[in-house]
Design a protein around this ligand. Structure first.
Ligand code: 4NP
Length: 159
């Protein structure tokens, strides 16, 4: 089983959307039972809460449901427990490294590095913006998730 963790700040907007989008694409690729997907936040502000209402609505517009997800804070043990840890932006990547010092692991990186665009791109925080911010975040997340699904598929043994 390949394990993927998406990480943002609050775990109520970007990383739940990435989790839902990834699960949706994996199902469509017939890989739903071969990859475990989760998400977490570097901050604990929203622990136990469902995703932001705007994020739930944005996901529903694209055909997937994130309403049953609940926010949690990332733990150092997550670094060992997941094969791919995908941060939404450089701040959260830095927070992951600061939180778990000594971790300089190839598995840890920016989600957008799986997209065809230039390296180092971030998924901007839509939390303080309007609906457009969520649509833009979803467009970015989708392009990277497609690349990530291909990357995982290329490493899976044939079944
Ligand atoms: P997220 O967005 O990191 O994409 O979940 C945010 C959610 C909440 C806050 C900041 C960003 N906050 O400050 O409460």
């Amino acid at each position: 089983m390949t394990r993927v963790l998406f990480v943002c700040l609050g775990n109520i907007c970007r990383s739940p959307l990435a989790q839902g989008m990834m699960e949706y694409h994996l199902q469509r690729a017939g890989l739903g039972d071969r990859v475990r997907v989760d998400s977490a936040g570097t901050a604990a502000y929203h622990t136990g809460e469902p995703p932001d209402e705007c994020a739930i609505e944005a996901a529903a517009r694209r055909g997937f449901d994130i309403s049953r997800q609940r926010a949690r804070q990332v733990q150092c043990s997550d670094i060992e427990a997941f094969d791919y840890i995908c941060a939404m932006d450089l701040d959260n990547l830095a927070a992951l490294n600061a939180r778990c010092p000594g971790v300089n692991d190839a598995r840890l990186g920016l989600l957008m590095d799986f997209s065809p665009g230039p390296a180092g791109q971030e998924v901007p925080d839509p939390y303080y913006g309007g609906e457009d911010g969520f649509e833009h975040a979803l467009d970015l997340i989708e392009s990277a998730v497609e690349g990530l699904v291909q990357e995982i598929r290329s490493h899976l043994p044939l079944s």
